[in-house]
Design a protein around this ligand. Structure first.
Ligand code: UTP
Length: 233
């Protein structure tokens, strides 16, 4: 059975708590649970941004604000975990080792952030390494990786295939700013480079696209890999 790690953006799952997509993702993940081993890393979304903003207004340092952000990612993760009930390991691992132990249950494993100064994309990349995942999926609020921020630059083009080295160049040179700037953090890109695990960045607001990728290998997002053939997955 293939192992898949999904970085599920908070902006996708919980843009804000009163307007969340947890039911939709619960049904999607339940339908996939017998197809592959699934590990999910949930982001913080709007609520994390609001808490971090409140911390900054109080002159709380960035590392501490990160810790608050991590707590929100774990809270979002917990909501999805309870929604999945028996299909999901019944706790939120706070370390990679604990996630591996949880994976031994054969159930879907859900976690949030781990340590300050990174995002849940980095957590998902390391988790993909630790679990020997076949594929890493980054389900986010844009439909792929662009040459520039498509909201600011009309000439921006989606890149359907790029190598990890090209991704690092884009992330490092800041050609991917604002919303798309946050598509992948540099730590995540470097982990993908060293592990060579293929990553697909796709629009998590379209769960059908995620389903189509996992069940049929159809990719409508951007593939980051040294091998352009996703069929190999
Ligand atoms: P994310 O940045 O991963 O969530 O975590 P997000 O913004 O919801 O993700 P997208 O944009 O939808 O993809 C929220 C915040 O939690 C802290 C950081 O401050 C981050 O901005 N965090 C998260 C950490 O410090 N370490 C972690 O391991 C994870």
């Amino acid at each position: 059975m293939k192992t898949i790690v999904i970085s599920l953006g908070g902006s996708v799952l919980v843009p804000d708590i009163g307007n969340n997509n947890i039911k939709q993702y619960r049904d999607l993940l339940s339908s996939l649970k017998d197809t592959c081993r699934i590990f999910i890393v949930v982001g913080g979304g709007g609520e994390a941004r609001r808490y971090i903003g409140a911390a900054r207004d109080l002159n709380i340092d960035e590392g501490t604000a990160d810790e608050i952000g991590i707590l929100i990612t774990r809270l979002n993760a917990r909501l999805l975990m309870h929604a999945l009930a028996k299909d999901c390991y019944p706790d939120i691992p706070e370390s990679y080792n604990d996630a591996l132990i949880a994976g031994e249950s054969g159930k879907i494993v859900i976690m949030g952030g781990v340590t300050p100064a990174q995002t849940t994309d980095a957590v998902a990349a390391v988790l993909a390494e630790r679990t020997g995942a076949d594929l890493l999926i980054n389900a986010t609020a844009v439909d792929g990786i662009y040459t520039a921020d498509p909201r600011k630059d009309a000439a921006a083009e989606k890149i359907p295939f790029l190598t990890p080295d090209e991704l690092i160049e884009i992330v490092q040179t800041g050609r991917m700013d604002a919303g798309s700037n946050n598509v992948i953090d540099l730590v995540a890109a470097k982990v993908i480079q060293r592990s060579k695990i293929p990553m697909v960045v796709l629009d998590g607001r379209d769960p059908e696209g995620l389903l189509n990728l996992i069940q049929n290998g159809v990719n409508r997002g951007s593939l980051v890999s040294y091998n352009p053939d996703l069929a190999a997955f």
